[in-house]
Design a protein around this ligand. Structure first.
Ligand code: KG4
Ligand code: ZN
Length: 333
């Protein structure tokens, strides 16, 4: 089954062609980072306009690179949320029009479920599995019992971890998005500053990163007040150590408690080198899926892979369902 998928939930305009929920025939991605960089974050209105401008080019590129004809496509899939509403609308309009014009069925896919299914591009699920989903908008642990049987367990009470990375980068005067820059600096620094590990020993499964970001702010203020020279590398390294300590310990403990057979780490922050190294060092008794870096951040291939399994289970129901998400239960266990 050949699926053409579209992802425009934030600032990446992406169209992919995937085959049978596994093979990526093309994955055209146009990042708008250079446009939003000067604003220090994504400007929703600017993002929507850029999606409109790039969309048709990215459609053409994806179809050309996949070396398919439009008549080979069996299904169209599109990210329906969560995300910036203006951005989502551009993708949904383009995908719906394409499906209608070519008499193809279309389904809407949840962006978070898309991130999880990026794991299947190079690996297989071993159910039940624990997912750690870390991105610019989300910090979640989820239990995946079977295809589209997913339960949300823990979440962030305030900032998402990627958001905290981007905010700390801004405090250090670095460009947007700050996550990859802090990651690079951290590898050159030493963890010499003692920063808090929020919720490390909390009884629940939730996270919180806004206090850690404030701790960096006060640390910088103190150092500047006392005229103490510091290196951005050391601040970045100390921050990254604190973040990864929390993410890895909570994931490890939860995996043990839930008796899962696998740990899956996805989303933009799954590209983080410190997190990848610490996870592999700390969780030795379970297989871990860490997708290739290019499949951690937003792109349409993950939507195409998820769409295949969603279609097998639900057909074309729920393009814009408003009564809950197919396959995703929000309850605590
Ligand atoms: O999944 P994603 O592309 O978009 C969302 O759905 O949010 O994630 C983007 C986030 C940004 O906050 C970015 O700073 C962060 O992922 N990120 C990283 C790294 N690469 C991307 N954070 C830490 N280390 C990285 N290497
Ligand atoms: Zn995302």
């Amino acid at each position: 089954m050949i699926i053409l998928s579209v992802e425009t939930s934030c600032d990446e305009t992406s169209v992919a062609v995937t085959k049978d929920g596994k093979e990526v025939l093309s994955n055209a991605v146009l990042s708008q980072i250079n446009i939003h960089e000067k604003f220090g974050g994504v400007v929703p209105e600017v993002a929507s306009r850029a999606h409109i401008e790039y969309m048709l080019h990215i459609f053409d590129q994806a179809i050309k690179e996949a070396k398919i004809k439009i008549k080979d496509i069996d299904l169209v899939a599109v990210t329906k949320g969560p995300g910036l509403i203006g951005s989502l609308l551009v993708g949904i309009n383009a995908a719906t029009t394409f499906a209608y014009a070519n008499n193809l069925p279309i389904i809407g896919v949840n962006h978070l479920i898309g991130h999880i299914y990026a794991a299947l591009i190079d690996d297989e699920f071993i159910f039940p599995a624990l997912v750690l989903l870390v991105s610019g908008g989300h910090t979640e642990t989820l239990l995946i019992k079977d295809h589209f049987e997913i339960e949300l367990i823990g979440t962030t009470l305030d900032d998402a971890v990627g958001e905290a990375y981007d905010k700390v980068a801004r405090l250090l005067g670095l460009a947007y998005p700050g996550g990859p820059i802090i990651d690079k600096l951290a590898q050159l620094g030493k963890p010499i500053y003692d920063l808090p590990r929020p919720m490390l020993h909390s009884k629940d499964d939730n996270f919180s990163f806004s206090g850690l970001k404030s701790a960096v702010l006060y640390l910088l203020k103190d150092l500047e007040k006392e005229n103490i020279k510091y290196k951005n590398e050391d601040i970045a390294c100390s921050f990254q150590e604190a973040v990864t300590d929390v993410l890895v310990k909570k994931t490890k403990d939860l995996a043990k408690r839930l008796k899962v057979n696998q740990v899956i780490v996805v989303g933009g922050v799954a590209a983080n080198s410190g997190l990848r190294t610490k996870l592999s060092k700390e969780i030795k008794d379970l297989p871990i899926i860490l997708p290739k870096i290019k499949y951690c951040t937003d792109q349409a291939a993950m939507i195409g892979i998820a769409a295949y399994y969603q279609y097998l289970k639900y057909g074309t129901k729920n393009l814009y369902n408003l009564n809950g998400e197919p396959g995703l239960k929000i309850n605590t266990i």
